[in-house]
Ligand binder design. Sequence first.
Ligand SMILES: Cc1ncc(COP(=O)(O)O)c(C=O)c1O
Length: 419
Amino acid sequence: MPVPGTPALSRRGAQLVANPPMAEYIGEHFARAHAAWHPEHDPDGYVAMCIAENKLMTDLLLPVLRPDAAPPARVLGYDAMVGSRAFRAQLATFMARTFLSRRFAPEQVAVLAGAGTVLEALFYTIADPGDGVLVPTPSYSGFWADLETRDELGIVPVPCRGEDGFRLSTDDLDAALDSADRPVAALLFTNPDNPLGRVAAADDVAAILAWADAHRLHVVFDEIYALSVFGDTPFTSAAAVRPSLGERTHIVWAFSKDFGASGLRCGVLVSENEAVVAAVDGLAYWGAVSGHTQWLLEQAITDEAWVDHYLAELRDRLGAAYRSVAAALDAAGIPHVTAEAGIFVLCDLRPHLADATWEAERALWRRILDEANVNLTPGAACRIAEPGFFRLCYAAGPTEGIVAGIARLAAVLRPTAQR
Ligand SMILES: Cc1ncc(COP(=O)(O)O)c(C=O)c1O
């Protein structure tokens, strides 16, 4: 039946128009991105710190995308919708060498257009409409759109609190499972974490796997930041903890973050569950990666010397950017959670809220955007349990611009610093 005010749309089409899955801060980002900060041309320009992008590596990646090489004719034709066998075999080798610690068969690897597409397809195959998925919070905000919009699942948050250092324990998982208002099918765990920038210790990864096993739940490890680690805690993949992932453990990765290539749209699923991969294959046609993109990325990851150089630079550049930004935040008197991975730092702006409400958080976000031309991710988007935290992505642009943005942020905050 047509919905008044939304001509010619189905009920679900009208629903998408009424409640767009894209958050307000992202809409503002795209509206302002054309007038970005530039040291000479636009020193007052827009500083984007809200989008999880790594723009610090572009100079290394672009030359290996082979602008001079003619791709083989096969890239023009249909191929397996979950990725060409050659690409999946090369990915299996690359991932084993760089973060999974062991090689999976090409049939256990599938590629789709970004990690979000992988998550949507994967959860479609492992949970039914109305089922719940446990997600520790604060969290990556996009999971809600990925799991709820078309898969019709319901995220059951597992709140981790600032006063406990945002630590997650299996007691927290038990409590969320016991109080869930729907049958829970899975746990989605991000490691390294977005937005905390933390790396889970090997024991914690093992404890999560054991907990999910004990409750016979699927557990999806989102390891999209696996290679963006610059601190002391070594990254441990779920694949490194056990000799077999079994039927219910699945890993997601993508080129979007570690390779700063979110626009190429290439996400990866690793699963030993043949039926899950077959079911994902059934959906892959609607989210396949272009053959040309697969070929370009295959060339890049086949060159092991280049990969090793790139990963060493990634660690160095992220670490240097993080240290500069942490120093700028310290100088501005903005408390923040210590990070060791990823591309963000979680800032505590609670003292600057008019009151401890989500409305006050939104008002502060808006004031920072309007007065400083700086866009941060409000904590509400990350589903933080308490208002007043903001995620700052420091790799979204040149460090000099981010530091300039922090100075502008500090100027906006100064009048409320004593609250
Ligand atoms: C933890 C996490 N998972 C998934 C995604 C989505 O990545 P993609 O652009 O590859 O769909 C993001 C993007 O920010 C992310 O941070």
